[in-house]
Design a protein around this ligand. Structure first.
Ligand SMILES: [Zn+2]
Length: 125
């Protein structure tokens, strides 16, 4: 499972080349300048391109961390935290079982869900 650090590195911002004004991403994504409102007060082209890129990075991150089947759940390490789309509540894998803060009974998480943290992401749980 990809970590946030690696994801951000894979989607680092760049300009296509030295003469290009279009913001792009290492993955090949480019900002859509047709979506830019050049007359927008208080939000220049760079800010609007940056917002497009932020939305792209967030969407690809969610996709990269989406679990859609049981094999995906089984492959997660103990300690991983998932939020199922159905419930929106954090669920943590402890050993081979899943728990939420709402109950001390283990359960099978509903799918799909997004993995929000694994031990490989580091930091505090
Ligand atoms: Zn990208």
């Amino acid at each position: 499972m990809i970590t946030l650090t690696r994801h951000l590195a894979a989607h680092a911002a760049r300009r296509v080349d030295d003469c290009s004004e279009i913001l792009s991403c290492l993955c090949g994504w480019t900002a859509d300048d047709e979506q830019i409102d050049f007359g927008k007060v208080g939000s220049g082209v760079l800010a609007q391109e940056g917002a497009q890129r932020a939305a792209h990075v967030a969407a690809t991150w969610q996709q990269a961390r989406m679990i859609t089947d049981e094999a995906g759940l089984d492959a997660l390490p103990s300690g991983a935290v998932d939020i199922s789309e159905a419930h929106g509540v954090a669920e943590q894998k402890i050993g081979e079982a899943w728990f939420s803060a709402a109950s001390n009974q283990s359960f099978e998480p509903e799918l799909p869900g997004v993995v929000v943290w694994t031990p490989a992401d580091g930091g505090d749980q």
